[in-house]
Design a protein around this ligand. Structure first.
Ligand code: FNR
Length: 382
């Protein structure tokens, strides 16, 4: 029987699996190497017990808050995810519209299919813009200038990708192989998903990386741009580059991919406006700690001045509550919004976000706390 009324992130995942060609589903779903960190990310939130309290006046529980100066319906933002325009027609635009309707920020990946200008033209609240440092700093400056001109004021600088992690599912699907065989394999997978083929592959064009395409010879060709992007990840980036970026970008600067308390202290010292505790959703180095396990020490290391956000394995409004109780000011979600997008487009993302807000509200109600700012370690079992 079909799944007509998806309720959870896992339900949307199943629908996405039915909708997408296998190599795309695996690209989203998979993690690095043996996927141990990927599994630990979700398992460790599941292990955090919330403290149930009764007979507290919880009339008027409010999930509203501000994230980086932006008023939000709940302390959650959509994480940057590359290639979202391959998962649904003009996927970044659909997700940004859903996020706006649900009252939360959308982060556009610099390797998104849609440009910041296209996304911001479809919404009234400008998106956050995510950057990977590229070898060609001229391109980086142009990228930042365009994002700024499009209205973006919050820059999310991702620092946990000096090189791409080992993702074995992609290898098995022949994503890095050349020649006729991998093409045939992909074609077979595409043909088994006619709805995606028509809606996204045919009607969803152009499929290039619109934010960087101008910089690449043959920039309208997806494979040409992808090959260029792969050579552009810069393993020589250091804290000095962060100082340069801090100076160049006049808006808010968020550092994403911090997993160590010493790094967190240093980031706060360089003037980052917020940190995101992240291991890239378990997609980079398998074997590193889960984000839930690292969050408390990092919050303690940077103190109250630098807001700490967290992502990785958050799969419900209850998990959002746990992250706040462990000291985060808010969370980012990656795969859950992408699954909902692939399954049901803008409407799917909107429904998912509304449901999570309701779940967060219920967690607050049953833990006996009415304001987001008051959630803390006292709301967890010791
Ligand atoms: C990502 N992530 C990511 N991060 C980033 O800074 N820039 C990017 O372009 C991407 N691209 C990307 C693609 C896909 C398919 C996934 C699943 C993830 C990482 C993302 O922002 C976030 O850190 C994780 O997805 C969080 O973990 P969960 O919520 O997916 O478990």
């Amino acid at each position: 029987m079909g799944l007509h009324y998806p309720a959870t992130a896992a339900d949307y995942r199943l629908l996405a699996q039915q909708r997408l060609p296998r190599f795309l589903f695996d690209y989203i779903d998979g993690g690095a190497t043996d996927e141990l960190t990927l599994a630990a990310n979700t398992a460790d939130w599941a292990r955090v017990p919330i403290r149930q309290r009764v007979l507290v006046n919880v009339d008027g529980v409010d999930t509203g808050t501000a994230l980086l100066g932006q008023t939000c319906s709940m302390p959650l933002a959509l994480a940057p995810v590359g290639l979202a325009g391959m998962f649904a027609r003009r996927g970044e635009v659909q997700a940004a519209r859903a996020a706006q309707a649900a009252g939360v920020p959308f982060t556009l990946s610099n390797v998104g299919i849609c440009s910041a200008a296209e996304v911001n033209a479809a919404t009234t609240v400008p998106c956050w813009f995510q950057l990977y440092m590229l070898r060609d700093r001229g391109v980086v400056r142009a990228l930042l200038d365009r994002a700024w001109a499009a209205g973006c004021r919050t820059l999310v600088f991702t620092v946990d990708l000096p090189a791409l992690g080992m993702r074995h599912r992609d290898t098995r699907n022949g994503l890095s192989a050349t020649g006729a065989r991998p093409k045939l394999l992909r074609a077979t997978q595409v043909l088994s998903r006619p709805r995606w083929l028509w809606d996204v592959a045919v009607k969803g064009k152009p499929h290039n990386f619109a934010n960087v395409a101008d910089a690449v010879p043959g920039g309208q060709d997806f494979n040409a741009v992808k090959a260029w992007v792969d050579t552009q990840f810069d393993p020589s980036v250091t804290w000095d580059d962060l100082a340069w970026l801090r100076d160049y970008w006049k808006g808010r600067l968020v550092l994403k991919g911090i997993l160590d308390a010493d790094d967190a202290r240093r980031a706060a010292g360089v003037g980052a406006d917020a940190l995101v505790v992240s291991n890239h959703g378990g997609r980079q180095l398998d074997g590193v700690a889960s984000t839930a396990s690292k969050l408390p020490a990092i919050v303690q290391a940077v103190g109250a001045q630098t807001p700490v956000l967290v992502d990785g394995g958050i799969r419900s409004g209850g998990d959002v509550f746990k992250a706040l109780a462990l000291g985060a000011q808010g969370v980012l979600i990656g795969r859950p919004w992408v699954w909902a997008l692939a399954a049901e487009g803008e409407a799917g993302v909107h429904t998912l976000l509304r449901r999570w807000q309701r779940e967060l509200q219920l967690a607050m109600t049953l833990a006996g706390v009415t304001r987001v700012a008051d959630i803390g370690p006292q709301h967890l079992e010791r």
